[in-house]
Design a protein. Structure first.
Length: 123
């Protein structure tokens, strides 16, 4: 079932979300200042392409540094990714068929605020 949901997700717009995460990672990687955030963005790309059957978990590395990096992330990149996911969640949530996809977009919107210190884990 997760394979079917992931394929439908990808076909009907998941590829756009994944490409936006890749764009954010590339923009951050090009700038020297953005290098600490680029790996976090690229880590979320696979989850954005195929979200069903997986979840994002904390890595529990250095919580204080992750907190500071996440605050800067929200200011420079996270807010527009979260806005993108929230708009799609509202549009998909109106239809009965789109509710599972809207839930995934809400999850991605929440991840858009704090991607640093997270890893993608399969269920």
């Amino acid at each position: 079932m997760t394979t079917i949901l992931n394929m439908l997700w990808f076909i009907f717009g998941g590829w756009i979300s994944g490409l936006l995460w890749i764009l954010a990672g590339c923009i951050l990687a090009v700038t020297i200042i953005g290098l600490p955030w680029a790996p976090s963005a690229f880590r979320i790309v696979s989850f954005s392409f195929w979200p069903f059957g997986r979840y994002v978990a904390p890595k529990n590395d250095d919580v204080e540094v992750d907190f500071i990096l996440n605050i800067l992330w929200v200011i420079f990149a996270g807010w527009w990714l979260a806005l993108h996911h929230l708009i799609l969640a509202v549009v998909l949530g109106v239809t009965l068929i789109g509710i599972p996809f809207a839930i995934q977009h809400v999850k991605l919107a929440l991840i858009s605020f704090t991607p640093v210190g997270k890893t993608v884990v399969s269920i």
